[in-house]
Design a protein around this ligand. Structure first.
Ligand SMILES: Cc1ncc(COP(=O)(O)O)c(C=O)c1O
Length: 393
């Protein structure tokens, strides 16, 4: 079989190889990005679901419009505006099949073969693979403690050809857990404006803050119609529902709508009604508070274990929210090999190379997830990590 160049250039990623072993109950996984199952509002959702099948089955079973269920679009737009100051009269909201589809449709409408997409480095593997599938030229800009390096970003914007998109995860970044400071958000916005580049603000974790001060969304600065804001209900309600959305200028959304018609016609309408009912009848903010409290404890448990057991040369981030800690083991570690060794000892992590623009490059870092393992697994997993580092040095 001769497959397209588009798909042939994509390699099965290291992360997928690791996921194959995660199903093994004897392996502790710090590798995924799954929410804690206790964060799913099962009881409320099941009552609402029953109600939909009783009272509005035809809408739930019939074809629907590509842009999304109107009541849900309105509720999302109201929430974005009231909570984050997002959305002008030139913007609108489109409901999508997960935040992942926002990355795909954005690439589809903006990126030609060989066009440049600038990303934070390291960055989210799902987005990088999407950009690769559109044959983009990926350019990474290094991260600092308060987000992307702005000087290096400007250099890339100045020197790279056909830059179409600046892909950012400014809040509780995946994989680093780092949050971009407010002052950098303003600088980054001004740079994108100066160089005529669209910003994709990917924000699936923004509501999962468990410490520190809230930050402005870059989209809230958008007076010029240059920011596509993307988020989803995956990390605050359920990823299995595949409910995502974008808020962006209407001209961009019109093109995305055409792209979505080619992809999946519309997002699952039953779940759109369910989420709209949930937003109207339940208290999502109270629900999010509970998730924040849970992740605050889990993050603290992992940091405590790392503080106790890591040698001083190992450096790790201290996120104020989200799901991940980035752990740099320092010179001498090739974490592709090291993560295989960890699996043989019963711990799965993702090697840092999975998040690099050149995924064949070596990395000295690993990504650790604390939302999915329970407290005992967090403790035991960090012990395995410390012992295995000890054996290497
Ligand atoms: C940075 C980032 N963007 C987008 C997504 C996609 O999420 P979903 O498609 O479940 O909304 C994820 C999922 O982990 C992510 O980490």
């Amino acid at each position: 079989m001769e497959f397209s160049e588009r798909i042939s250039s994509l390699q099965p990623s290291a992360i997928r190889e690791i996921f194959k072993v995660i199903g093994d109950p004897s392996i502790i996984s710090f590798a995924g990005g799954n929410p804690d199952p206790r964060s799913f509002p099962v009881e409320q959702m099941s009552a609402l679901a029953e109600n939909i099948f009783k009272n509005d089955p035809v809408t739930a079973f019939q074809y629907s419009v590509t842009e999304g269920y109107p009541r849900l679009r309105r509720l999302i737009a109201e929430r974005l505006s009231s909570k984050f100051g997002i959305g002008s009269e030139n913007d609108d909201v489109l409901v999508l099949t997960g935040g992942q589809q926002a990355v795909d449709l954005t690439s589809k409408i903006l990126v030609n073969d060989g066009d440049t997409v600038i990303c934070e480095e390291p960055s989210f593997i799902g987005a990088l693979n999407t950009f690769r599938s559109y044959r983009a030229n990926l350019v990474g800009v290094p991260m600092e403690d308060d987000g992307i390096n702005v000087e290096k970003l400007e250099q890339a914007l100045k020197t790279e050809k056909n830059v179409k998109l600046l892909y950012l995860i400014p809040t509780f970044q995946n994989p680093m857990g780092v949050t971009m400071s407010d002052s950098k958000r303003e600088k980054v916005y001004e740079l994108a404006k100066k160089y005529g580049v669209i910003i994709f603000e990917d924000d699936p974790y923004g509501e999962l803050r468990f410490s520190g001060k809230d930050v402005k969304r870059i989209k809230s600065l958008d007076k010029d119609g240059i920011v596509i804001y993307s988020s989803s209900f995956s990390k605050i309600l359920s990823p299995g529902m595949r409910m995502g959305y974008v808020c962006a200028p209407k001209s961009i959304l019109a093109k995305m709508t055409v792209g979505k018609q080619c992809a999946d016609v519309h997002t699952n309408i039953f779940f759109q009604i369910l989420v709209a009912d949930y937003l109207e009848k339940c208290d999502i903010d109270a629900h999010i508070e509970k998730i924040r409290a849970l992740y605050k404890e889990k993050n603290a448990a992992m940091l405590r274990a790392l503080d106790e057991r890591m040698p001083s040369f190992v450096k790790y981030t201290r996120p104020e929210g989200g799901l991940f800690i980035w752990c740099d083991l320092g010179d001498g570690f090739n974490t592709n090999d090291f993560s295989k060794k960890l699996i043989s000892k019963g711990l799965a992590v993702v090697p840092g190379s999975a998040f690099l623009m050149d995924d064949k490059a070596a990395s000295t870092a690993i990504r650790l997830n604390y939302s999915m393992p329970d407290f005992e697994q967090i403790d035991k997993g960090v012990t395995i990590l410390a012992q295995t580092i000890g054996e290497e040095k």
